[in-house]
Design a protein around this ligand. Structure first.
Ligand SMILES: NC(=O)c1ccc[n+]([C@@H]2O[C@H](COP(=O)([O-])OP(=O)(O)OC[C@H]3O[C@@H](n4cnc5c(N)ncnc54)[C@H](O)[C@@H]3O)[C@@H](O)[C@H]2O)c1
Length: 265
């Protein structure tokens, strides 16, 4: 356990905790002494995350949850309050990409599936934790958006639109809850090696183009889940006590540049 207790005494709920960024956040939060409720659709992988958290000496429970279903998100928040008597932090992190098809071949079902997980999951979580946090006049919500929600080029139309929606929901819910000392922020990861991006990484490695991965961002490399988790930790912690309604890129400088082809050495 190498943390310094930045989340000592706090209880946190993290969705999408069975893999990638959510798993990294779970382990990091445990190292910083938060008590955890970890949620995901994938129960077996969630068990693995629990093992990693326990290895760090962390305290956690897991709950199989489909974030797209309001009742399941309500039950998740209720469980956390029952277990620890409080929820100080909610990380709405679960997400899916949806299909990457040409615009003219996209169907409403795929768009709705992406929006139900990426947008409504965060809406349901925020809705059901809001009264509790308002009453305690304390809380921090961190949504995992994406650079895809800021500019085109990092995902399909539905995925990008869903991430733009979550950035905007971060702003509107921050305004709704700010008067209660409840902060709402987002992180916008660039290309990170996780379960979601595995096909891209596998393909690049297979065709010998690994050096291309992340090469168009200013740091000229892809990111690691823990590098996003550290940004989530900061926004969730009291160190970010005067920050709300913001969407922080964690993208190696990707969104800082127009990155015009042929303009880089
Ligand atoms: N990896 C990247 O490059 C990248 C970039 C920008 C944003 N993001 C965002 O980061 C977040 C985490 O994704 P990741 O990259 O760690 O991918 P991941 O696939 O490794 O993890 C996502 C997790 O969400 C879970 N999940 C999916 N649908 C769910 C549902 N309906 N209910 C509950 N859990 C569900 C999955 O089972 C999985 O464990 C997502 O919101 C994603 O959009 C990722």
């Amino acid at each position: 356990m190498t943390g310094v207790g930045r989340l000592q005494g706090k209880a946190a709920v993290i969705t999408g905790a069975a893999s990638g960024i959510g798993r990294a956040a779970a382990v990091l939060f445990a190292m910083e002494k938060a008590k955890l409720v970890l949620a995901d659709l994938d129960e077996a992988a969630l068990q693995e995350t629990l093992g990693m958290v326990k290895k760090e000496g962390g305290e956690a429970i897991i709950k199989k949850t489909n974030v797209a279903l309001e009742q399941e998100m309500k039950e998740l928040i209720d469980l956390a309050i029952k277990q620890y008597g409080r929820v100080d932090i909610l990380c709405n992190n679960a997400g899916i990409t949806g299909h990457m098809t040409d615009l003219e071949r996209q169907d409403a079902d795929d768009w709705l599936k992406v929006f139900n997980v990426n947008v409504m999951g965060a809406v349901f979580g925020t809705k059901h934790v809001a009264a509790h946090m308002q009453e305690r006049r304390s809380g921090a919500i961190v949504n995992t958006a994406s650079v895809a929600g800021v500019r085109s080029g990092a995902g399909g139309n539905a995925y990008s639109a869903s991430k733009a929606a979550i950035i905007n929901f971060t702003q509107t819910s921050a305004c709704d809850l700010g008067g209660y000392n409840v902060r709402v922020n987002a992180v916008c990861p660039g290309l990170i090696e996780t379960g979601m991006t595995k096909p891209v990484f596998d393909y690049a490695r297979k065709v010998g183009k690994e050096e291309k991965l992340g090469s168009r961002c200013e740091l000229r490399r892809y990111g690691l889940p823990v590098e996003v988790a550290y940004a989530i930790l900061f926004l969730a912690s009291d160190e970010a006590s005067y920050i709300t309604g913001q969407a922080l890129p964690v993208d190696g400088g990707n969104t800082a540049s127009l990155n015009l082809p042929g303009m880089k050495v």
